[in-house]
Design a protein around this ligand. Sequence first.
Ligand SMILES: NC(=O)c1ccc[n+]([C@@H]2O[C@H](COP(=O)([O-])OP(=O)(O)OC[C@H]3O[C@@H](n4cnc5c(N)ncnc54)[C@H](OP(=O)(O)O)[C@@H]3O)[C@@H](O)[C@H]2O)c1
Length: 282
Amino acid sequence: MKTTEDMHRETMEYQTLHNGVRMPAAGFGTWDVRGTAGENIIRMALDTGYRLIDTAQMYDNEEIVGKAVRESGIPRRDIFVTTKLSRPCATEEETARSIASSLQRLGLDYVDLLLIHEPYRASVTMYRAMEKAYEQGLARAIGISNFLPVPFQRLLQNCRIIPMVNQIESHVYYMQLDQRDLLEKAGTKMQAWASFTEGRKPIFTDPLLNDIARRYGRTAAQIALRYQLQNGIMVIPKTAHRERMEENLNVFDFILQPEDMRLIGILDQGRSLFNWYGDDWM
Ligand SMILES: NC(=O)c1ccc[n+]([C@@H]2O[C@H](COP(=O)([O-])OP(=O)(O)OC[C@H]3O[C@@H](n4cnc5c(N)ncnc54)[C@H](OP(=O)(O)O)[C@@H]3O)[C@@H](O)[C@H]2O)c1
């Protein structure tokens, strides 16, 4: 008999990065997931069927992410691990040490995706070291996070390997479809952070999302994620609850009709809900 985990795995959609690496379109975010309780949450996510785990140096949880992955009993090649360099480095050597320290904390030989967490003054230098790490097999893919058009273009002009992914804020209230188009044109895939707005908007009680959810026999959370996925945007929602993990992964067996896509599009206010953009981001 098929388990729910089998079913999630069978219906999961993937995006193929420009180097041919296949990346799950839905993964599990781990911001604020720490300690023993956090480790159990990550184990639960893997057990539920998540095959992409998103961490970062800044989350202070690479150890428990690596431990949960290593002890999951799931073949390493079947789990996609993302981490992010969250501290500015001044030189390639320093960046290489930073990458090595992440791998050491994770207890893994390689990560599947290595990102720069946000634009730093020496992003180009850092990215050069990431290109080398990629060529050495320490990362199966490399990319960026929070690179808006100016730093993105600057990096494009100075890199050898086009970033494979840009992870940026995106949710129904601020989809950033213009960014998605710009990225797609360059060959970079977009992944959303804060698909549920990190609690900044009452998305789960949004009347429109709930109205549509009722018609599809789904929840507002599922409609919000499905809308992003149908727009070609990958998602990494975080939750500490098993039933919500299931709910957030169970989004690949229905399709939003064009009229509903159009209606949800009206929610987009074209404004960030986060005001922590640094000078280097612009
Ligand atoms: N690159 C970056 O700069 C950056 C920035 C922010 C985040 N991220 C990444 O993106 C991930 C996702 O973003 P996020 O964790 O900040 O916020 P989020 O996924 O937008 O929202 C998480 C919140 O939604 C709740 N939730 C999740 N599923 C739910 C459901 N089905 N029904 C009701 N409530 C639900 C969770 O509560 P419970 O846990 O109580 O269920 C939690 O409070 C992060 O974990 C991190 O990996 C990256």
